[in-house]
Design a protein around this ligand. Sequence first.
Ligand SMILES: Nc1nc2c(ncn2[C@@H]2O[C@H](COP(=O)(O)OP(=O)(O)OP(=O)(O)O)[C@@H](O)[C@H]2O)c(=O)[nH]1
Length: 355
Amino acid sequence: MAQPIKPPSILELYPEETREAAGFLKQAVPLMMRHDIPPTPLHYSLWYTYSKGSEPELNRRMDKIAKDFNSFPPEAASKLFRDYIIRGELEEAREGQQQVIELVDDIEVDVTRSVSGSRDYQASLKHGLAALQEPLIDDLPSVLNELQQSTQLMHDQQEKFLYRLRSAQEEILTLRSQLERAHVAATLDSLTQVFNRNAFTRLLEQALSSDHQGLALVMLDIDHFKQFNDQYGHPLGDRVLQHVGQLLRDMLPPRAIAARYGGEEFCIILRECFDTASASDFAERLRLKIQSLRIKVRRTDQTLNSISASFGFALAEPGDDLESLLTRADDALYQAKRNGRNQVHPASAAVALTS
Ligand SMILES: Nc1nc2c(ncn2[C@@H]2O[C@H](COP(=O)(O)OP(=O)(O)OP(=O)(O)O)[C@@H](O)[C@H]2O)c(=O)[nH]1
């Protein structure tokens, strides 16, 4: 029954448009300079995310560290990077991670060059200014000449830097579409095109942590699927799973999420579902649709025996966590199986937590 657990999916780390991304980087660099943060790829990622503001908790922790330490200790930065930026998810996309690091490394080299170029230029301006303030300046032409040369040098460096930034933008675009493809591959179940178990678990955790109200979990399991596989073979069993996936996608109400939880087991998170009757109606409609599926073998024109599924559902209650909600829906599903299959069963009310 259990589907092999896939490694965690990649978050869409950098989904913003190039122009927007460049804007965040522009905000990040002065912040790093202000706090005297070394320009490493790790710090760039952190301060980029900080400027983007997509992880409010990260911003709070970074503000606190900057305030408490008046600097940014490397261990604290590494921990934040692990907790908020990679979250163990780039394991799946080591290649992508490597490319991001190389890209940020390149930009870092260019920024460092540009910054040191600016410093030289600043020094030469200071020198020129000091010379011009002398009451009697004999070698005015040579001071002006020097200033003209350093300005030209600075201009050339900036041109190179801009050119490099433009190519980096193109690389970011390519990288972004690669990451998007990897993200889809890592969060979707390839057979049924609904979310996989990992993505589902995370989405349900998120849903539970934001709002319990109107959240319901429906679990369904195809009946006697082993028998079906034995009778028609695994490839036709796979087609059944694909059809069920398609039905789920077609019938999902707004904001609902469907996932393949195990081999022939699916889960649906319903939102804005405030009573047992609404969850039950949805499950019942799905049950009837599954029952009326007719799968035909093109080669032989044979219509396969109809299938059915059993359903259990539970409404989230205050105090529910991932485990308690899944357990109640799963227990209800078990009851539906025990009562004869091809039916919908509600969960019994959650047992009140006593302290
Ligand atoms: N074709 C196909 N079969 C799968 C897949 N994943 C799991 N299964 C099969 O699903 C069947 C599940 O069998 P059981 O757990 O005994 O459940 P069941 O036969 O549906 O019986 P009940 O759930 O009690 O109605 C097994 O035969 C698995 O091989 C898959 O990806 N494709």
